[in-house]
Design a protein around this ligand. Sequence first.
Ligand code: ADP
Ligand code: GN1
Ligand code: MG
Length: 364
Amino acid sequence: MNNCPEILNAFALPEGERSAVPFGNGHINNTFLIRIAGTGKQYILQRINSYVFTRPKDVMENMQRVTAFLRGKIAAEGGNPDRETITLVSSRSGEAYAEDPEGQIWRVMLFVPDTFSPELPDDLNILEECGGAFGRFARLLDDFPASSLHETIHAFHDTPSRLRQLEDAAKNDPLDRLKDIPEEMAFARSCAAETRVLTDALSAGKLPLRVTHNDTKVNNVLLDKQTEKAVCVIDLDTVMPGLLAYDFGDAIRVGACSAAEDEQNLDLIHLELPKYRAFSRGFLSQLKGILSRDELLSLEAGARIMTLENGLRFLADHLNGDVYFKIHRPGQNLDRARAQFALYRDMEKHRTEAQKILLELYGG
Ligand code: ADP
Ligand code: GN1
Ligand code: MG
């Protein structure tokens, strides 16, 4: 069975010799591409990261409900549900997942063939497609009862609590790393008021809670290899109630940045407005007539605050000893934090232009 994780036997898959190879660049789950010889069939096998998701069965219940709902909507629009959303393969006992002897939860999905996930696209058409994919996701789920979903990670985009978690990490400082990052800590603390912008607007009832994806890096969109059109939004572990600003913001953080998330040369990091415009065009084209002016303008704040929030999270994980985000070299989480703070500072300089783009595209 070619190094296949044993758990694969628990799923209702066709017979045939199986092979497994590690796949993708995600920071969280363990992902394998599974091939079954003689069938031409391919699957994705994933072990849910139980450090990150302490209630993985809640994750699976959300995923099952949301993908079932999306399937109906996609079919009604004349699309192909097997290709345009995730399709879970049941276990032999009919569940959406299987549990291994250590209590770890695994799932199998249809592999969506002939696609790629963009890491750092320069092509504006690709960015517009990614915007369209996440905008469509929000539109299709507009009438899903958001509050019926589990909160798979508590306070996931509660930015003030991310600052508190950083302070906790600084207090504990298990690896004695705090002494080397006085500038980063001072910067994080100087942003305390800004961390509250979205949470305050939410508590004041100014922004609606929707079903959001909450982890909208552009590599969580699959695009068709031939046509480069968006096919499918993946990585649904964090789908739960949230603000549209989180989804727009996290995608801009990665998609409209001039450099990689862990770029060490901070001079290379800035917000690219043509990319911002391209992503926004795709995103907003799917949401015509749905957004109030407040929600539209919250997207601009979302981009800055998601960037700041990821900086706080990477810095906390650096202090905690890299226990949350996978790293591929020492210091990578610190580099990621510095890069996010640099991008945030540049975004601050472009606030007016960014707002103008959103208003122009949405016809405001
Ligand atoms: P993580 O939470 O670790 O980011 P993802 O669910 O995003 O995990 O999967 C990691 C990578 O695997 C994706 O970026 C994508 O390249 C690939 N992938 C995941 N699911 C599928 C699928 N159903 N079809 C094709 N590729 C997939
Ligand atoms: C993680 O799973 P992945 O790699 O798409 C993280 C996101 C961060 C991102 C930073 C569940 O996303 O919140 O923004 O890394 N996902 C989770 O790259 O914490
Ligand atoms: Mg991912």
